[in-house]
Design a protein around this ligand. Structure first.
Ligand code: PEP
Ligand code: MN
Length: 332
């Protein structure tokens, strides 16, 4: 249950009530928000005279539920936004990983020419094999910060684990929590306390309910700038890397108040198909796309088969514009 308390009581009073009813407490501009688990259906007696509004839920998708706030959350991104009235489709693009100054500069130049605002690139790569490139770490973060200054791009990069959470949060504009870390509650809390927009990627073995519960984890720390990312789930099919769950996206659009972006690159795993998937997702009216693109994919140190070269990417980007327009969206 979510319960709103008026702002004319003190924060310490609101927190004392929260402790008494075993709720979490978030301070908003116009009220305090107390959240108990969803099995509580009646306003606790101690709050019955003071609560100004309350909501019941059938699951612990509460803060991220459209039953609580019916509209998609509007999240400012640079000079624009994602979500809100749903008129924008945000493009987030760049290589899988930061590999060198030259490589990341070439990526930034291409994005700048295209008018794309958000560069994605990992510095701490979660890998399935310990013998593969794991990212440049802090040196990569410093390069990304330089790129922000030089090219005026926003940076989206991943926190892989708690050992570098503070450093990533310091250097990035948008915090990414990867599919393999979706359940890491330390990272969810760090992202929740960061005050920055968060891209939460769906674990490839996770249900939609588990994904939205993780969104609630971040939001229950007081950060409502959570963007969900569908990036493919594991099914019996092995010819593609994962299976892009567009039914899941439709479910999220119906039930969840978060902006939703789709990453066809990690879902497909191969450069072919990504353009068609991106166009299909655009036609579906999603809030954003995340696409991997590399100046020379064949030399990429991670995810080489799925990265588009810059020519492929710019052709794809052009092809999305009329589709976005047809569904009432602008690519930003
Ligand atoms: C990524 O976006 O770089 C990444 C590692 O993706 P995922 O977490 O979806 O596997
Ligand atoms: Mn990748």
């Amino acid at each position: 249950m979510i319960i709103h308390l008026p702002k004319d009581i003190s924060l310490s009073r609101a927190e004392a009530y929260a402790r008494e009813v075993e709720a979490l407490c978030i301070e908003k501009n116009d009220c305090y928000v107390l959240i108990t688990n969803h099995t509580i259906k009646q306003i606790p007696v101690v709050l019955s005279n003071i609560a100004i509004a309350h909501w019941n839920f059938t699951t612990d998708m509460q803060l991220s539920s459209r039953q609580y706030t019916p509209n998609t959350q509007r999240i400012p991104i640079a000079d624009t936004y994602i979500g809100g009235d749903g008129k924008n489709q945000l493009m987030i693009a760049g290589p899988c990983a930061v590999e060198s100054r030259e490589q990341i500069e070439q990526s930034c130049q291409m994005l700048q020419q295209q008018g794309i605002r958000v560069l994605r690139a990992g510095c701490y790569k979660p890998r399935t094999s310990p013998y593969t490139f794991r990212g440049l770490g802090e040196d990569g973060l410093k390069l990304l910060s330089e790129m922000r200054e030089k090219y005026g791009l926003l940076i989206a990069t991943e926190i892989r684990d708690a050992t570098h959470a503070d450093k990533v949060i310091e250097h990035t504009d948008i915090v990414q929590i990867g599919a393999k870390s979706m359940y890491d509650h330390g990272l969810l809390t760090a992202a929740g306390q960061s005050g920055k927009p968060v891209i939460l990627k769906r674990g490839f073995g996770s249900t939609l309910q588990e994904l939205v519960n993780c969104a609630d984890f971040i939001m229950s720390c007081g950060n409502d700038q959570v963007i969900l990312c569908e990036r493919g789930i594991r099914t019996f099919e092995t010819n593609t890397r994962f299976t892009l769950d567009l039914c899941g996206v439709a479910w999220l659009k119906e039930h969840c108040n978060r902006p939703i972006i789709i990453d066809p690159s990690h879902a497909m795993g191969y450069e072919y198909g990504i353009g068609d998937l991106a166009r299909a997702c655009t036609a579906m009216g999603v809030d954003g796309l995340l696409i991997e693109t590399h100046p020379t994919p064949a030399t990429a140190k991670s995810d080489a088969p799925q990265q588009l070269d810059h020519k492929q990417f710019t052709e794809l980007y052009e092809s999305l514009k009329p589709i976005a327009q047809a569904v009432g969206k602008t690519l930003v």
